[in-house]
Write a protein that binds this ligand. Structure first.
Ligand SMILES: *[C@@H]1O[C@H](CO)[C@@H](O)[C@H](O)[C@H]1NC(C)=O
Ligand SMILES: *[C@@H]1O[C@H](CO)[C@@H](O)[C@H](O)[C@H]1NC(C)=O
Ligand SMILES: *[C@@H]1O[C@H](CO)[C@@H](O)[C@H](O)[C@H]1NC(C)=O
Ligand SMILES: *[C@@H]1O[C@H](CO)[C@@H](O)[C@H](O)[C@H]1NC(C)=O
Ligand SMILES: *[C@@H]1O[C@H](CO)[C@@H](O)[C@H](O)[C@H]1NC(C)=O
Ligand SMILES: *[C@@H]1O[C@H](CO)[C@@H](O)[C@H](O)[C@H]1NC(C)=O
Length: 266
């Protein structure tokens, strides 16, 4: 039994190894496999091969940094000194012993990180009416890796992704979300968060806007201030001053003043 098993294993080896060796024979490799680089930045690529005379073909500027073509696996490292195009394809090639050429190509992911996230100022809102929250991200790329999230009071209002957006160029992204405000929304904070996720090959960028508070029309701070004046019954020798203040606020919210403050003071 033993000799037979050995024989089978041995035969397996004979059949298996030469095929691996044959498919591995001539190769050109590029590292990193999926280069991720900031627009205008530089990146070093390592082309390796078992063939000779390694070279690259690209529309970008490059310099040869270092290499070794005396080893069994030959390689050259190139510095792409300024990646100033949004679409980059690069080819490494080598001349093999058989005379044939071998090549391999990679596409770059060129990015521009989000630097600012701007939430448009929100007006004073009336209950039941619809308003637009507008979040802007100037000049960011690639859009397909972007996620824009609007939060109200810590809860997600909208999560917008762009996975089908193929244009690699940087551009402004604007996300609009319609809200109808309720009484409870008064004082709630709205923020906009942006992530550019280039993982696993590249970095992850996160940026958050300043926060905007939702303010309902007719519930402003001036109004509460006036209510305090009248209920605490301040010694109003400053009566003329109180009146002046009341008048001022009446002009801002005439309806509210008539319904509440005057009624209670009667
Ligand atoms: C380039 O790749 C080769 C083969 O993998 C390796 O031996 C060499 O050290 C690498 N060179 C650099 C600069 O990374
Ligand atoms: C290339 O690699 C061989 C073997 O590792 C080494 O002896 C030789 O010094 C290297 N040549 C250069 C130019 O680095
Ligand atoms: C590649 O080129 C850029 C631009 O000239 C330079 O800043 C960077 O240090 C270079 N990288 C290497 C590894 O030499
Ligand atoms: C590189 O991009 C070209 C054109 O968009 C595409 O046809 C090709 O399949 C891509 N190659 C790789 C290795 O992703
Ligand atoms: C993106 O494209 C895929 C495949 O075409 C489709 O199934 C999906 O619904 C698209 N997503 C969006 C957000 O349009
Ligand atoms: C985002 O970028 C990474 C790295 O370039 C890429 O592998 C990934 O597919 C991208 N994600 C999407 C949704 O396109």
């Amino acid at each position: 039994m033993r000799p037979l098993q050995l024989c089978i294993v041995f035969l397996g080896c004979i059949v298996f190894f030469p095929t691996v060796a044959r498919t591995e024979k001539n190769f050109v490799r590029i590292r990193p496999e999926k280069p991720v680089v900031e627009f205008g930045g530089s990146v070093v690529l390592n082309c390796s091969s078992n063939c000779q005379d390694i070279g690259i073909e690209t529309t970008l500027k490059w310099v040869l940094l270092v290499g070794n073509e005396t080893t069994e696996i030959k390689w050259k490292a190139f510095n792409l000194t300024s990646v100033d195009k949004w679409t980059v394809t690069l080819l490494c090639f080598a001349r093999c012993a058989t005379g044939a050429a071998k090549s391999h190509h990679v596409n770059f992911t060129v990015y521009r990180a989000p630097e600012h996230v701007i939430l448009d100022p929100v007006p004073k809102m009336e209950v039941g009416k619809e308003y637009n929250l507008i979040c802007r991200v100037p000049s960011v790329a690639p859009i397909r890796n972007l996620t824009v999230t609007l939060f109200k009071g810590g809860k997600e209002l909208q999560v917008k992704t762009f996975e089908n957006f193929t244009d690699p160029q940087a551009r402004e992204v604007v996300v609009t979300h319609g809200i109808t405000v309720q009484k409870e929304d008064h004082g709630e904070k709205v923020i906009c968060q942006v992530t550019l996720d280039l993982r696993p090959e590249g970095p992850l960028f996160e940026k958050t806007s300043h926060s905007e508070s939702l303010t309902l029309a007719g519930t402003s701070e001036e109004y509460f201030e006036v209510t305090l004046f009248s209920t605490e019954g301040l010694p109003c020798e400053a009566r003329s001053f109180c009146l002046a203040k009341l008048q001022l606020h009446m002009q801002i919210h005439p309806k509210v003043m008539l319904e509440t403050t005057f009624g209670r003071e009667e």
